[in-house]
Structures are given as structure tokens and as C-alpha cells.
Design a protein around this ligand. Sequence first.
Ligand SMILES: [Zn+2]
Length: 77
Amino acid sequence: MRTKHPDFPFFGSKYPDARCIDGHLYDLDDIDEEGHLLDIGITPCPFCNKEKFIDWYGSDKYNQVVDYVKEHYPDFN
Ligand SMILES: [Zn+2]
């Protein structure tokens, strides 16, 4: 399990609520009392699975995520 890029808002929050694990996004708000992720991670990551992500969500959503990451994580490229 390794994240190559920052978390970002995706599942409806204004703060980063999506984490990429092995190419799929997990909802960081979807956790049990002990903090374990409950999401099953079927959402393609826009960075690791760009084509599939755009297939599912369209390029507007893709650009929105990329713009957020560029703005909030200037060190990430
Ligand atoms: Zn990713």
C-alpha cells in the first residue's frame, strides 16, 4: 500500500476525503470506530487510472481534481 500523490476532496467534502491505495480511491470518512477504512475501493484514481476515471466521471471532474492538487500541493508534480 503506497500513495504516490496527495489526498484530495472527492467524495463530497471540501477537505481531502479521498486517498489512493493501489490505484483506487477510498473514502476517508467511511471508517469504523477504530479508524479502519470501510470503503471497498472501486473508484478509479484520477492519477493512477486516468483513462478509466475520465470514462466514469468525465474530464471536467478530472480537471477539478488536478487543479485542486496543483493549487494545494505545489511541490507535487
Ligand atoms: Zn492514485
